[in-house]
Design a protein around this ligand. Structure first.
Ligand SMILES: [Zn+2]
Length: 288
């Protein structure tokens, strides 16, 4: 998840470029305020991560081996069963690899759909945010877990990772996540991708084909965003076009980022109107 208070002006503009402006008149409330439980029946992912919904969502337990959910009061720990299994698998693998437990941020609302926040995607239950902080506290009281804001892993000017925060443990966690066959792609801050491309934290050791799935994008300073492939049994789920071949370390992939960093003052982009959801999503809302 991206929180405006944590962002530099540069990144905030970047986030706005990819973020819908959600006026009160836009139909976000039914998904966040009225739909507090998943619908019944088998799980079905409908549409794309930025304009879709999910029927029969599974619930990620707030705590499991190797992970804990942050801000459970926001009711965003729902998703396709494959997403729940992915988090549980990553927790077990991270624990087995000797990593501390990690915090899980947003997945999706009980029936998916748009969120009343800056988040555009996370609408279909195939997305999950994993925080990069590994200085975690298993005894953190629930009230503190509700308000904790994990720190950024990049320098304030966004030019590089902060080596006092981002180290081999974070690289190991990213490697474990990106090596999971259920994963389609993972979004990270460009400074993090750049560090991985340079072999930071032993990222280049051994088989580093996993770098292919790590994609640089705006924000994502404190967490990485995992997007899974469309699960089996969801014919209405739409995958993104495949990630281009290669490790994604070609300098051209960072061109847009360098442009953003070099701008002294960024123009405010025009508002983005969210696309309509697939018509079948209406069946998950109360009849009006
Ligand atoms: Zn995310």
């Amino acid at each position: 998840m991206i929180r405006a208070g944590m962002l530099s002006a540069t990144v905030l503009i970047g986030v706005l470029l990819s973020v819908a402006v959600r006026a009160d008149s836009l139909p976000t409330d039914p998904w966040s305020n009225l739909m507090l439980t998943p619908s019944r029946g088998p799980a079905r992912v409908i549409g794309r991560p930025w304009d879709g919904c999910i029927a029969g969502a599974a619930v990620l337990p707030w705590r499991g081996p190797g992970y804990e959910v942050l801000r459970p009061g926001e009711h965003r720990y729902f998703g396709d069963p494959a997403t729940v299994r992915f988090v549980e698998r990553l927790g077990l693998r991270a624990h087995a690899a000797g990593l501390p437990m990690f915090y899980v941020g947003d997945m999706a609302q009980p029936r998916g759909g748009p969120m009343p926040s800056q988040h555009v995607s996370h609408q279909t239950g195939v997305d999950v945010d994993i925080y990069l902080i590994l200085d975690t506290d298993p005894t953190l009281p629930m009230a503190a877990r509700q308000t904790l804001e994990p720190p950024s892993m990049v320098l304030p000017d966004q030019s590089a990772i902060d080596p006092s925060r981002f180290g081999p443990g974070q690289v190991k966690l990213l490697r474990l996540a990106a090596s999971d066959p259920a994963v389609d792609r993972i979004f990270v801050n460009p400074a993090i991708k750049q560090a991985l491309c340079k072999g930071y934290g032993a990222a280049g050791a051994g088989n580093h084909s996993w770098l292919h799935r790590i994609r640089p994008w705006y924000g994502h300073e404190a967490h990485f965003h995992v997007r899974l492939h469309c699960p089996a049994g969801s014919p209405l789920c739409q995958d993104q076009p495949p990630v281009p071949a290669g490790d994604g370390c070609d300098p051209a992939i960072f061109a847009w980022w360098r442009q953003e960093l070099s701008k002294p003052k960024l123009a405010v982009p025009p508002p983005r109107i969210p696309p309509p959801l697939p018509a079948v999503c209406a069946a998950l809302l109360p009849a009006s």
